[in-house]
Design a protein around this ligand. Sequence first.
Ligand SMILES: [Zn+2]
Length: 157
Amino acid sequence: MFCPNCGFQLPDDARFCSECGTVLTPVSQSAAPEPAPAPVSAPAPQPAPVIQPAPSFAAPLQPEPSYDSPRTPIVYIPEQKNNIMCVVGFFSSLGTILLGGIPSIVTLILSIIGLVQAKKNNERGRGLAIAGIIISSVLVASLTLGIIIGVIKNFYE
Ligand SMILES: [Zn+2]
């Protein structure tokens, strides 16, 4: 055995440490090392169960925002839908460029209807409708100007 105080090697039946004089009672010597690791190892498992409930409390909180996040896109999807008239007005006004701008009056009306409907129903596609109105207006203006110039030319000839 060894002295618990100074570590001096002693015979197993020694009652006193011959080096430092510490009383070596076999009960206190064997009991002393055992309780010492026990309190050390005991608090270690205790914090672990404390930490485990914490994530389990946090875990139910996390699915709640994850349930809200799928709901919000569902709400936004109908709002992001383009008004059909806006799309029709825009692309048909683009098409009228290829057709020489003759149906541009129709596409102008379509784009205006689209813009009004998009505002009323709070739909998207106002940008397309405004673009369609601008394209159609330019075509109508240039067509009207062309007709006026043509009429004036014919008048003076
Ligand atoms: Zn000793």
